[in-house]
Design a protein around this ligand. Structure first.
Ligand code: FNR
Length: 184
């Protein structure tokens, strides 16, 4: 049976390269993994004062969607050598109220995506830091840095580069094995 995995894309941009890569991984990961997109673009900025008995509806929606999965795949661009602010906000929203984090013990994996040659290395590693605190066992190998991404996609955003497809299939298989090994 397929494992339900939250697919969180760090970009809100229409036509996002990261989203195209996420879609390619979603296809390659089947049938072992069912990657279910969970969106964060509508989440108000985290403010503990709002985290009462009636928190913002978008926070509740987001928390429920992540809670209904067994693992999380992050596919993210790099903003200013770190992760986009919206993604950090999503991590914060999911981590509270204290003691009720939806991230707790969920296996995770990270793919960074960039049109540049540095391949989102800074984002990839900055994201690892909160995942340690959130107690998410995170796939170590293979690391996934997708650089020069524009050259890997066709005009419809489809991943056409055979080497990258093979690599992402290997990555998805390793993540499926990692989930089996580490899931709570
Ligand atoms: C960027 N970009 C970028 N790229 C990179 O490789 N390293 C970086 O530090 C940054 N910094 C950065 C900051 C901000 C605010 C923006 C908007 C962009 C460029 C970025 O990789 C490019 O816009 C990608 O297309 C973003 O990914 P998506 O939206 O295509 O998934």
């Amino acid at each position: 049976m397929s494992v339900r995995v939250a697919l969180i894309v760090g970009s809100l941009r229409e036509g996002s390269y990261s989203r195209h890569i996420a879609q390619a991984i979603k296809e390659l990961a089947q049938p072992a993994l069912d990657l279910v997109p969970v969106e964060f673009g509508d989440l108000p900025l985290y403010n503990p004062d709002l985290d009462t008995d009636a928190p913002p509806a978008a926070w509740t929606r987001f928390r429920k969607e992540v809670a209904a999965t067994q693992a999380v795949l992050f596919v993210t661009p790099e903003y200013n050598r770190s992760i986009p602010g919206g993604l950090k906000n999503a991590l914060d929203v999911g981590s509270r109220p204290y003691g009720h984090s939806v991230w707790q013990a969920k296996p995770a994996a990270i793919v960074s995506v960039s049109p540049g040659a540095v391949s989102g290395f800074g984002a990839n590693h900055h994201l690892r830091q909160p995942l340690v605190f959130l107690n998410m066992p995170t796939l170590q190998q293979p690391e996934a840095y997708i650089g020069n991404v524009a050259a890997l996609l066709d005009e419809h955003g489809k991943l056409t580069n055979p080497g990258t497809r093979d690599f992402l299939k290997t990555f998805a298989d390793a993540f499926a094995a990692w989930i089996e090994k580490t899931k709570a």
